[in-house]
Design a protein around this ligand. Structure first.
Ligand code: CUA
Length: 324
């Protein structure tokens, strides 16, 4: 029964979206800003549901009512003025006031931290300008502190959306835009490009990792160090494969001659949780598969398939994993 089986599979997929952690849900806010957005959503949902139900009841009443003998509207002209003009005007003004109130609550507060995010087709470059750190597809923030996010696109318009923490903000090629993120609890929250940017737009994800302030400071200190040099034969072979394969033309590694800027900086690649802009966990199998055939995993992304001998591929994966 393929129909039944695919039905069960679809139901399981939907239920999987309900699992406890909700890493990408604006209805499970982890910040005051997203709590405001969620509250506004529920408020609009309630108002619109009430308007819909009342309208449907009136429609049914109109269908079953008998026409009056004198040809007048059954409920009189007063009803038309009240329910057709006055009530909608009141509802719209209330919605306007509530929306403006939420808009004010989302304004950027005073911040001590700044993160610069550059949108590329189809990944996120992440800078910590105060600490000379460059990474990709992960934004680390300290719990409980607002962080200013400075946004710009390198090519086309993208949009940063981390539903648990904040609404969407577009990244534009021609000028900077700004938003802010604050997490009220520890956790990993998934974000997504929310503006169609061509090709694998749907595979342009990122993670926001909210750490306790002391762990955040430790993370910053670790990322400021260059990665350890390759100290075994395997890792040295991996580094040679990196340069022989031309990886350095697109991917920088601090402390080496690799300085390419077209693709994500790989200085601390081994410590990242995901690859391919949050589409796959960063593990040995996925990394090898990605290097060998990124076009199969993320069709039309800008990284060409490589044709490394398997020994070189194995060594290259080990080298990238050593970049902690
Ligand atoms: Cu970037 Cu859609």
């Amino acid at each position: 029964m393929p129909g039944f089986r695919s039905g069960v599979a679809a139901a399981l997929a939907v239920l999987a979206g309900c699992h406890r952690d909700h890493p990408q849900s604006m209805l499970h806010p982890a910040s005051s800003a997203s709590a405001e957005v969620a509250w506004l959503w529920w408020f609009l949902f309630a108002v619109c549901t009430a308007v819909f139900l009342i309208t449907m009841m009136l429609l049914v009443a109109a269908l079953v009512a008998r026409p009056r003998e004198d040809g007048e509207a059954p409920l009189g002209h007063g009803f038309i003025v009240v329910s057709g003009i006055l009530l909608p005007a009141i509802v719209l003004v209330v919605i306007l006031v509530v929306s403006v109130r939420s808009q004010v609550a989302l304004q950027i507060p005073e911040t001590r931290h700044t993160v610069r995010v550059v949108g590329h087709q189809w990944w996120w470059e992440v800078h910590y300008p105060d600490h000379q750190i460059v990474t990709a597809n992960e934004i680390h923030i300290p719990v409980g502190e607002p962080v200013l996010i400075e946004l710009q696109a390198r090519d086309v318009i993208h949009s940063l959306w981390v539903p648990n923490l904040m609404g969407k903000t577009d990244l534009l090629p021609e000028k900077k835009t700004y938003t802010w993120l604050q997490a009220n609890r520890e956790g990993v929250f998934r974000g997504q490009c929310a503006e169609y940017c061509g090709g694998p737009h749907a595979m342009m994800g990122l993670l926001v990792i909210a750490l306790p302030p002391d762990e955040f400071d430790a993370w910053i200190a670790e990322r400021q160090q260059p990665p350890p040099p390759p100290d075994t034969e395997l890792l040295q072979r991996g580094q040679q494969a990196y340069f022989r394969g031309g990886c350095h033309n697109c991917h920088a590694i601090r402390g080496t001659a690799a300085a390419g800027r077209r693709g994500p900086d790989l200085t601390h690649m081994g410590s990242r949780r995901t690859i391919g802009a949050a589409i796959l966990p960063n593990n040995t199998g996925n990394l090898a598969g990605w290097i060998a055939n990124p076009q199969a995993l993320k069709p039309d992304n800008l990284m060409p398939n490589s044709h490394l001998p398997s020994d070189d591929l194995h060594a290259l994966v080990a080298y990238l994993q050593s970049l902690q």
